[in-house]
Every structure is written in structure tokens, then in C-alpha cells.
Write a protein of this length. Structure first.
Length: 310
């Protein structure tokens, strides 16, 4: 048997495959379906103080090669998730609460609620691209540090951060320094590639309604950007801070590539929305096949093993 388990911030996962926050994880029903599936963890939708309907529809569109979304943080609100989380523990897999907010104080209020609810880990979302007038916090290094410092004073649960993609090595250096200073427990990257635009040429129209059609890109087309971001932080940190790779995972080989780049686990967004929770059993089977073929006894054995050319 190939060992697909992994450890992140001291928490053991039965396998390193889980949903990306946002994908089929808003309602109690969806969270329980993740619990009953082969997913190695349950990740909640990013939550805000009050319940939100999100942006007007249509707000999600899939196309050959990926997806574009501008959901606008539809979620049930901190109090409802705080009540739900303890009951999700019965599925005997880690529960990761994704914490968001519309302003810094929201995050602090959410941190207090989550201290009571006791998920295994908290993933602080600094990278939602879809709220009109609210920039992605992760692109402001000073603001990110201020917020994470304050959260560190409040949270009694290990917390990590969900980052946007960066496109320049200096930005990888800068965010890595910030995250080291605040003692981050793990990093999830990347969120969707923000503010892309998909065009329907026949109708000469955008494909989603909010923000004039601009939205976050996910799926196969973003895999090289995701792999580059995982690798860039692995090159800085090695195994000191675990990375959850997210972006473009459609099959077992994609998972393998993320792990080779340095990820300790992967999250699945677009393909989960398209295929439903049965995707986890398929990915686990395909990942085990490639690990066996390559002679690796476990997922962790190939972590970071990507070779550069001499
Ligand atoms: O809800 C969303 O529109 C959304 C969020 Br919070 C996020 O972090 N990433 C994304 O692609 N969509």
C-alpha cells in the first residue's frame, strides 16, 4: 500500500487531497459530503461575520481548460460555522476553517469565534479577488503582516495563510519574510488568478455578471503559475513551513507535480465543482499508481524532489 498520508502543522491527514476553500463547501450538506468522501480533510468556505448571498449570478463559468468565478464570498457567517465545526469532527479527518473578512476587525472577531469552535487548523484568506472595492490583502505586505500579527495574538489554533499568485521573485522573498516573522504554521497557494476575463465571441459578451466579467481563474490553465509559486516558497524554506499546493489539479500526475515542487498536500477546486466528491477517490487511485510506478513508498518521499538542470 502506498502511503498517501501527510502532516501539516502537527496535524495528520489520512491523505493529502482536499477541497479548495470555495469548492462545494458552503452549506452543512456540502461539508458533510466532503466528510463522507475520500477527501483527506474538510475545508470550509471562507467565512465573514454575517451570512452573505454573494455576487449576482451568473458568477461561475467553466470552459475548456479552467473556470472563472466571481462568487463574492457567499457563506453562512462565523456563528453558523462555529456551531457546525464541532460536529464535522465526527468524520475523523482534519477540519480547516477558512477565515475571511471585509475589514481587519472582522478577521479578529472570526478568530475569537474559531477559538471556541476548535477546527484543527485555520486558513486565513488574504487573497479573495472578487469583492468590488476590496483589494487582495496579500498584495500589500505591510497590511498582511499587521493583520497576521494581530491574529497571532488571538488565535489559539495553528494558522496558515491562503496566498494569491505572485509573479516576481522579489514578491516571493517579501511574503516569505513576512510569514517567517509572524511564525505562520502553513501556506496554501495559490488562490485563483485574480481579475481574468473570459469572452464569449459568439454573443460578444462576458461570461459572468459581476465586475464587468472580471473574475478569478482556476483549473488547468493556472497550473504552471501554481507550481511556480509552490516551488518558489519551497526554494526559500525547504521543509520548514508546509505548503498546500492549489491550482490546476485534475489528475494524479498533477498532484505528483505539486508534491515534487514542494507541496505537502494539494487542494482541488475546479475539477471538484465539475466532478463532485467522487473526484477524491479517483485522484487517490491515480496518485498511488504514479507513486508505485516511480518507486516511491509514500507521498512525502517525493516532496520537493524536482530536479533543476545543471
Ligand atoms: O468567494 C469568492 O468569490 C472567492 C474567494 Br472568497 C476566493 O478566495 N477566491 C475565489 O476565487 N473566489
Amino acid at each position: 500500500m502506498t502511503d498517501l498520508s501527510t502532516v501539516i502543522a502537527g496535524v495528520t491527514f489520512p491523505n493529502g487531497l482536499m477541497n479548495a476553500s470555495g469548492a462545494l463547501c458552503v452549506t452543512q450538506e456540502e461539508l458533510e459530503a466532503l466528510g463522507a468522501s475520500e477527501a483527506g480533510a474538510i475545508v470550509t468556505k471562507s467565512m465573514t461575520p454575517q451570512a452573505r448571498q454573494g455576487n449576482p449570478e451568473p458568477r461561475y463559468f467553466s470552459f475548456t481548460g479552467g473556470s472563472i468565478n466571481s462568487m463574492g464570498l457567499p457563506n453562512l457567517g462565523y456563528p453558523v460555522y462555529a456551531k457546525l465545526i464541532p460536529s464535522l469532527r465526527r468524520f475523523s479527518k482534519p477540519v480547516i476553517a477558512s477565515l475571511a473578512g471585509l475589514q481587519p476587525d472582522d478577521f479578529l472577531e472570526g478568530a475569537r469565534a474559531l477559538n471556541e469552535a476548535r477546527p484543527d487548523l485555520v486558513e486565513v484568506n488574504l487573497s479573495c479577488p472578487n469583492i468590488p472595492g476590496k483589494p487582495q490583502i496579500g498584495y500589500d505586505f505591510e497590511e498582511s503582516e499587521r493583520l497576521l500579527e494581530k491574529l497571532g495574538d488571538i488565535l489559539t489554533i495553528p494558522f496558515g495563510v491562503k496566498l494569491p499568485p505572485y509573479f516576481d521573485p522579489i514578491h516571493h522573498q517579501k511574503i516569505a519574510q513576512v510569514l517567517q516573522r509572524v511564525n505562520i504554521a502553513f501556506v496554501t497557494m495559490i488562490n485563483s488568478v485574480g481579475n481574468g476575463l473570459v469572452v464569449d465571441p459568439e454573443r460578444e459578451r462576458v461570461v459572468i455578471k459581476p465586475k464587468g466579467g472580471f473574475g478569478g481563474l482556476g483549473g488547468r490553465i493556472i497550473k504552471p503559475v501554481a507550481l511556480a509559486n509552490v516551488r518558489a516558497l519551497w526554494n526559500i524554506w525547504g521543509d520548514r513551513i508546509p505548503i498546500i499546493g492549489t491550482g490546476g489539479v485534475e489528475n494524479g500526475v498533477d498532484v505528483f507535480e505539486h508534491i515534487l515542487c514542494g507541496a505537502s498536500a494539494v487542494q482541488v477546486g475546479t475539477v471538484l465543482v465539475e466532478e463532485g466528491c467522487r473526484v477524491f477517490a479517483r485522484l487517490a487511485r491515480e496518485l498511488a499508481e504514479i507513486l508505485i510506478r516511480k518507486g516511491y513508498g509514500s507521498l512525502m518521499a517525493c516532496r520537493g524532489k524536482l530536479q533543476e538542470m545543471s
